[in-house]
Design a protein around this ligand. Sequence first.
Ligand code: DAK
Length: 257
Amino acid sequence: MTYTHILVTIDQGVGLITLNRPKVLNALNTELIEELVNALEKMDRDESVRVFVITGNERAFAAGADIGEMANETAIQMLLKDQFAVWDRIAHVSKPIIAAVSGFVLGGGCELMMSCDMVIASESTKIGQPEIKLGVMPGAGGTQRLAHAVGKVKAMEMLLTGEPITASEALRYGLINRVVPIEVYLDEALKLARQIASQPPIAVQMIKKAVHKAVGHGLDEGIAYERNCFYLLFASEDQTEGMQAFMNKRKPNFTGR
Ligand code: DAK
């Protein structure tokens, strides 16, 4: 299978997927997400792959879903197309996924990171959910997974201000596993991946599933609620204003309509 927006390699039991739209900070358009999900599912069936690493580049893991792609959609179009539903399939991958992140980890990029099972971050990582600045909110589990990971009050602050946190703060809040110098963040993630790849694969997959049961209570319901709210916000003038302002590189003027 050939891909346009991701790079895929398999080595020593580790399936490495690199998000590859550097000019737009790895903005996650529909095609990229479909490629990512297809690659994960294909390698999930491949016995030579035991663990995944998803990475981007030093400047950006991913700066969120592609704003240009959704800016002009209506609520009904969003609901009917439900094109974002493909994101849900990431949660059904049975082998562990490690995110190796650096730079911007924003919006859908943060949601993708939180869908992974472990996270190694470079010191220059900035993690946030800035959707509020676009007149919308997270739609791929951000409100749910962030609240589970960092607790209510910190999640509220991040979601309502849209301001990112540093890697060391994220470490303190238990959102990521490790912060390392930028030169080695991918190597560290690959080292961890190879260690897990050498463990008994059936036990590895069962542990992943069991841990997901421990942290997944009410998650599906919360995510479905969040997604409906996200789609509904496309009926607001603030969504149009927020996204147009981003694309025209100006400050938005929100009116509460
Ligand atoms: N989409 C499209 N293009 C983006 C982008 C994005 N999210 N982020 C950056 N870019 C593009 C910029 O437009 C710019 O393109 P050119 O102007 O060069 O053509 C290029 O990347 C470089 O960006 P900047 O020039 O802005 O670089 P700066 O260093 O000045 O700023 C920045 C970096 C990351 C602070 C800034 O680019 C920024 O604020 N980006 C937007 C971050 C953001 O708001 N992300 C949230 C997007 S909404 C769902 C699933 C997912 C989602 C929702 C639902 N379901 C399953 C239902 C997710 C939603 C989102 O993520």
